[in-house]
Design a protein around this ligand. Structure first.
Ligand SMILES: Cc1cc2nc3c(=O)[nH]c(=O)nc-3n(C[C@H](O)[C@H](O)[C@H](O)COP(=O)(O)OP(=O)(O)OC[C@H]3O[C@@H](n4cnc5c(N)ncnc54)[C@H](O)[C@@H]3O)c2cc1C
Ligand code: FES
Ligand code: FES
Length: 472
């Protein structure tokens, strides 16, 4: 897959490697896109992976003195969701991140990676473009600023040069006179790519629109503005006629294609529907919120960083802790964490279902976060703490989740079970008394093809009760 894997502890080191190696070196953030692409034989030119996920401070979210919000390049979808700043001042972005994949994907996937992968269906591009975001692209020659509006040049094509690294994403905080919304339309509620997505950010004065930004995803080679609709809305109050006229113009801006997820005709119809819903919600001040206590399957959104003097390359061993026991691996540099666990550590409880981040059978806990181990490069295990299904029981006693799965008949072939147990176990650490909605959320990244979900859900409910009211 790759010849060299270097984990840096300073961003400058990554920038220097990019300067020296250009296209043949790739930055690794959460690796949720990159691992998939490499597994499928993409990026033949890549020989070196440069992991920036252990650099201190790159997951920072802050507001500067001028009211601009800055996101570091390691801000994950779940850190966006957990951020009180973003929940208050960047609701459309939070809504978009909440719609991404599953908790395990959101624990690893970053906003920066989402912007750079540049799929027209990627969810964070649409709200960030509607909010007027800028990117700082840095190389050894210095930094340049590019507006997100200009960044995309085609399907999965951007202005990022081979020697550049994205070092900052910034955009104005949504002000009191502004309202914003993001709506995603997909074939399922979780683990689903947008069929269409839309973001709207508008400035109001005495009920009249002063400025309008409407951006659309998955209906053109890049994310686009619905410019005619934006122009129409200026100076107007939102009423039924304006909503109809604006929704028609949004529909006209869309130039979708037919693909495996939808026909172009269907997308064209749906884009009008989501535009109408968005405008109605803004007029009623009923923008969708995300839960106050969202399930993250993570006890910390801060990464475990490397000490500054360390650069970890494959001349060294992968020293790690799995289920409380120390391991040192001399091999495994060029594989996934899932394969390292199974092939090198001999821990075969963690299963491979899809190897694409879709099924959750490979779920493990990495530094306190549930992750899909098939999408984690094995070297990420260096100086990390990992918990697998083998480490869930304590002192030879089954975990309450394991017991409840047996008692409720939540297991048939059992292939998916380790993944479900890891997710449920993590949920009960995060929320010992989960609501049913939280239980459902926690399992959105796990698929079972034979038991059926009712018994699994009741097993998690039963385990929660056992954790709450342990028998003496
Ligand atoms: C099962 C599954 C479900 C998903 N669901 C969704 C979804 O619903 N919506 C959605 O939008 N996406 C979805 N994704 C896509 C994915 O999770 C996101 O695009 C993710 O945000 C990418 O971030 P990352 O940190 O994992 O990027 P990586 O995979 O680490 O990197 C992606 C690309 O960006 C480059 N890169 C990353 N950071 C930098 C940087 N700072 N400077 C220069 N280059 C950089 C990498 O070299 C690579 O080319 C899904 C993925 C999977 C596997
Ligand atoms: S999600 Fe990793 S094997 Fe399916
Ligand atoms: S029990 Fe067979 S896949 Fe879930």
């Amino acid at each position: 897959m790759w010849k060299r894997y270097i984990t840096v502890s300073k961003l400058e080191e990554a920038i220097e490697i990019k300067a020296a190696e250009g296209m043949s070196a790739r930055i690794v953030a959460g690796a949720t896109d990159l691992m998939l692409e490499l597994e499928k034989g993409g990026h033949k030119e890549v020989s070196t992976l440069v992991d920036i996920s252990r650099v201190n401070g790159l997951n920072s979210i802050h507001v500067d003195d001028d009211g601009w919000i800055h996101l570091g390049p390691m801000v994950t979808h779940n850190s966006v969701i957990a951020s009180s700043i973003l929940r208050k001042f960047a609701a459309p972005l939070v809504q978009a991140c909440w719609s991404v994949g599953s908790p395990q994907i959101r624990n690893r996937g970053t906003v920066a990676g989402n912007l750079i992968t540049a799929s027209p269906a990627n969810d964070t591009i649409t709200p960030l473009m509607a909010m007027g975001a800028y990117l700082v692209l840095t190389s050894t020659n210095g930094s340049r600023i590019v507006s997100l509006d200009e960044f995309y040049t085609g399907v999965r094509k951007t202005l990022l040069q081979p020697h550049e690294v994205l070092t900052d994403i910034y955009f104005p905080a949504i002000r009191e006179n502004q309202k914003g919304i993001f709506i995603k339309y997909a074939l399922r509620n979780a683990q689903a790519i947008s069929l269409v997505n839309i973001a709207m950010v508008m400035d109001f004065e005495n009920g009249f629109i002063q400025n309008a930004n409407i951006t659309l995803g998955a209906v053109a080679p890049t994310i686009i503005h619905a410019r005619e609709a934006e122009r129409l809305l200026i100076g107007k109050q939102i009423n039924d006629l304006v909503i109809r006229e604006a929704a028609d113009l949004v529909q006209m801006a869309a130039k979708p294609i037919t693909d495996v997820r939808s026909s172009a005709e269907y997308r064209k119809k749906i884009v009008r529907v989501v535009a109408k819903r968005g405008l109605e919600a803004l007029s009623l001040q009923e923008t969708p919120t995300i839960p106050e206590n969202p399930v993250l399957l993570s006890t910390s959104v801060d990464p475990v960083c490397l000490p500054e003097q360390i650069v970890h390359a494959q001349t060294e061993k992968i020293i790690t802790k799995i289920n409380g026991k120390s391991y040192e691996f001399s091999s495994g540099w060029d594989k996934s964490l899932l394969r390292l666990l199974r092939e090198d550590a001999g821990l075969i409880g963690t299963k491979e279902g899809c190897a694409e981040g879709e099924c959750g059978a490979c779920t493990v806990i990495l530094d306190g976060c549930a992750v899909m181990s098939c999408l984690v490069p094995a070297p990420r295990a260096y100086l990390a703490e990992i918990q697998t299904i083998e480490g869930v029981s304590t002192d030879g006693k089954l975990d309450p989740v394991q017991t409840a799965f047996m008692e409720e008949g939540a297991v048939q072939c059992g292939y998916c079970t380790p993944g479900f147990i890891m997710s449920a176990h993590k949920l009960l650490e995060e929320y010992p008394t989960p609501s049913q909605e939280q239980i459902l959320q926690s399992l959105t990244g796990n698929l079972c093809r034979c038991t059926g979900y009712y018994s699994i859900i009741s097993a998690v409910e039963k385990a929660a009760k056992a954790v709450r009211e342990p028998e003496v």
